[in-house]
Design a protein around this ligand. Structure first.
Ligand code: GLN
Length: 489
């Protein structure tokens, strides 16, 4: 196999080659490090590349394989989004505020992946503090979409999605507060899964909006997504919202026969004005599910229209509270004032350390939480959140899962969307799953204007396996996931 073919491997295929000693983890790691060298100047999918650490980890992995102690991810090169704490390795959140921040501990997902023997190639680019839909809000410049370098990769996990799409790693982890795994996965033609809230530990994930944030895999196919989810999911006493008894084996339960399952098509997710190419691809995907023996039902979720408003009250409110910790005193950027007035110092630190979008969120959140407005905004949003959740519960009494577009458009041009409100609209189809804590996946389902289209599947909480099964069956009966961005083939 040539170097070029090796970088195209899936985790599953790489595992077989590692176990049969056709390749060592060190060789595989070097292939990806070279690949990063070659293409990352075009994509900017990495903020930090951890060459030395990766090679050390590869040696340890090769030893584990030699003595037969390998696990599914031993020796597999990966990337982590740069809002996941890694001990001794810079974790910037794509912010000037954390430009020189080196955590002293690992987030739980990194701990779990390292103990399986996965290899860290580096940290992926994102919108500052995961706020955005295009990765243009990164302090370290924007990431480019490997399908068209003049276009955005989506966001906020634009680095992870672009890195997987351009074969700069075998898989990556993203975080998803309102769509940040699924929308970039759709824009870059890869698979992105947001698990049920609480299935994957958030310990050590730098918080954006704690009741919505969830970590999940970005991979080349659905089987790989299940492999990674197996490794990172499960109860963690360090995260008080972590769910006990998540002892699901997503791999052994992965089926390709989905005949007889029921899929709901919520009419509110196909509004007028949606891109024709996206609509067409999603309708084709629905037809494909019919061929696979799935019963399709039209359903209605009438409060969908309020989801965006609810999200943009709750997410900024939680962000304002979470980001209050960056004061220039404990860690991170400091304006190094004269300390005559601590409040002046905090103000200049926050003024200089945060970018515009982060400041916008802090202001919205602070306003929504302030004494005179709390009931009108925050409390009201929480009440509607409950209604949205209950509406999903009702619908899931009649269908196993829902099918919708992931995003109303394909990847847009860098610099094209400057109005924040227009940018917020990117996540109208993905945010409801965060509001209700549902498992949801985006998989490639077509091409429009030469760019990938993603279809989203959602199910009820703890039915991550249902979502994976449906996605897997669809993927096995189509070849959209095999398409690669031409410039990087
Ligand atoms: N685009 C959404 C936002 O800007 C979602 C971000 C995310 O999921 N992290 O808030």
């Amino acid at each position: 196999m040539s170097q070029d073919e090796l970088k195209n491997l899936t985790i599953h295929e790489a595992r077989k080659m590692l176990d049969s000693r056709k390749i060592s983890s060190k060789e595989l790691t070097n292939i990806f490090l070279e690949r990063i060298q070659k293409v990352d100047q075009s994509t900017n999918a990495y903020i930090t590349v951890t060459t030395e650490f990766a090679l050390q980890q590869a040696d340890i992995a090769d030893e584990k394989i030699r003595i037969g102690e390998q696990k599914p991810l031993t020796g597999i090169p990966m990337q982590l989004k740069d809002n996941m704490s890694t001990a001794g390795i810079k974790t910037t959140c794509a912010s000037k505020m954390l430009e020189n921040y080196i955590p002293s501990y690992n987030c739980t997902v990194a701990d779990r992946l390292f103990s399986e023997g996965a290899i860290l190639l580096g940290k992926g680019n994102l919108d500052e503090f995961a706020m955005g839909s295009s990765t243009e809000n990164s302090y370290y410049a924007s990431t480019a979409n490997p399908w068209d370098l003049k276009r955005v990769p989506g966001g906020s996990s634009g680095g992870p999605a672009a890195a997987v799409s351009a074969d700069e790693c075998l898989f990556s982890l993203g975080s998803d507060t309102g769509g940040s795994i699924r929308q970039p996965a759709a824009f870059c033609g890869v698979v992105g899964m947001k698990p049920t809230y609480g299935v994957v530990s958030r310990f050590g994930l730098i918080a954006f909006a704690s009741s919505l944030d969830q970590i999940g895999p970005i991979t080349k196919n659905v089987q790989d997504s299940a492999i990674v989810l197996n490794a990172i999911s499960g109860y963690d006493p360090k995260d008080s919202t972590s769910i006990k008894n998540v002892s699901q084996d997503y791999i052994s339960n992965l089926k390709s026969n989905i005949s007889g399952m029921k899929l709901g098509v919520p009419k509110e997710y196909f509004p007028d004005g949606m891109e024709e190419g996206v609509k067409k691809s999603v309708f084709q995907a629905i037809e494909q599910f019919k061929k696979l023996g799935v019963e399709i039902k039209e359903v209605s979720l009438p409060h969908t229209d309020y989801a965006l408003a609810v999200y943009y009250i709750i997410a900024p409110s939680e962000a304002a509270a979470n980001l209050a910790r960056y004061d220039g005193v404990k860690y991170g950027f400091s304006s190094k004032g004269d300390l005559e007035d601590i409040f002046d110092d905090i103000e200049t630190t926050r003024q200089g350390g945060f970018g515009d979008e982060v400041k916008r969120r802090i202001m919205i959140g602070t306003y929504a939480l302030s004494a005179g407005y709390y009931d009108a905004y925050y409390l009201k949003a929480q009440k509607i959140r409950t209604i949205i959740r209950e509406e999903f519960n009702e619908v899931f009494k009649n269908v196993d899962a829902l099918i919708t577009p992931t995003s109303p458009t394909v990847a847009f041009k860098l610099g094209e969307v400057i109005d924040p409100l227009q940018m917020y609209l990117n996540d109208v189809f993905t945010q409801p799953a965060n509001i209700a804590g549902l498992p949801s996946i985006s998989i490639p389902c077509g091409i429009s204007e030469g760019l990938p289209v993603g279809v989203q599947l959602m199910s009820s909480p703890m039915n991550d396996g249902v979502v994976l099964n449906l996605a897997n069956a669809f993927e096995q009966s189509t070849d959209w996931h095999d398409l690669k961005p031409e410039i990087f083939i």
